[in-house]
Design a protein around this ligand. Structure first.
Ligand SMILES: [Ca+2]
Ligand SMILES: [Ca+2]
Ligand SMILES: [Ca+2]
Ligand SMILES: [Ca+2]
Length: 240
């Protein structure tokens, strides 16, 4: 099998060389790179791409669902869902702590953990090529809608940034990327910009599960035995 593949590769070499001579390869690769978008400006992959997701923790009073929305069709796919506002019931009227509670095990900011508030902490989604997506966080409070926020800034009221992407596109294949959400809070005047309200890890290393297909379909898988601690935000956004 290996020998056959090598022969096939050699057989297409003349075609590649021919394209190079005509300047086709450099033009194509520039166009392809321009279409990969991953961050606060949007989500779009150049080819069909699978991404694995892991719920890390939440620290927010809302009961929230994280998912992907196709911006062309409006179709929403929930991926990681809180079945209650936090692991333990907590009084939402107490004053906020206004600090980042990531990876502290502190219970006083409505802590939710995998297997408890989020019973199914793993998910995957296949992004279709050349299609615009955004991540979303949709919340309820005491059973009533509390709004939906987007990872793409311009979709939010006043184009407000509600997510931090830590690791970005390169993190998907090099250890994982974290998305940290800040929701709008229950009382706007006491809004806590701590970016720890819902935290998700994406990817970790790149695999192509469908080797027989051409082109290979990229899959950003979670690292084996994942749940590496998420590094707290570099500065305390609530003080900005
Ligand atoms: Ca919550
Ligand atoms: Ca907090
Ligand atoms: Ca918050
Ligand atoms: Ca919080």
């Amino acid at each position: 099998m290996r020998r056959n593949r090598a022969i096939n590769n050699y057989s297409i070499l003349p075609a590649i060389i021919g394209s190079l001579a005509g300047g086709m390869v450099s033009t194509f690769s520039t166009a392809a790179q321009a279409e990969d978008i991953f961050g606060n400006s949007g989500i779009q992959f150049d080819v069909d791409t699978i991404v694995e997701f892991e719920f890390i923790e939440s620290n927010g009073a809302f009961q929230s669902s994280f998912g992907v929305i196709n911006l062309d069709t409006g179709e929403k796919t929930p991926l990681l869902v809180e079945v209650k506002p936090s692991d333990a019931a907590q009084d939402p009227n107490r004053p906020s702590d206004f600090i980042d509670d990531t990876d502290t095990s502190r219970q006083n900011d409505f802590r939710g953990t995998p297997g408890n508030a989020v019973p199914q902490p793993l998910a995957e989604f296949e992004f279709k090529a050349k299609t615009r997506y955004s991540f979303y966080l949709e919340s309820t409070y005491k059973g009533k809608p509390a709004g939906i926020l987007y990872s793409t800034d311009f979709q939010n009221l006043n184009r407000r940034q509600q997510t931090l992407f830590e690791g970005g596109m390169s993190g998907l294949s090099q250890g994982g990327t974290a998305i940290r959400w800040d929701d709008t809070g229950i009382v706007k005047t006491l809004e806590e910009r701590d970016f720890d309200d819902f935290i998700v890890r994406l990817g970790g290393h790149l695999e192509c599960p469908y080797q027989s297909q051409t082109p290979c379909k990229p899959c950003y898988k979670l690292k084996e035995g994942s749940s590496n601690p998420v590094v707290p935000a570099p500065s305390n956004p609530s003080r900005l």
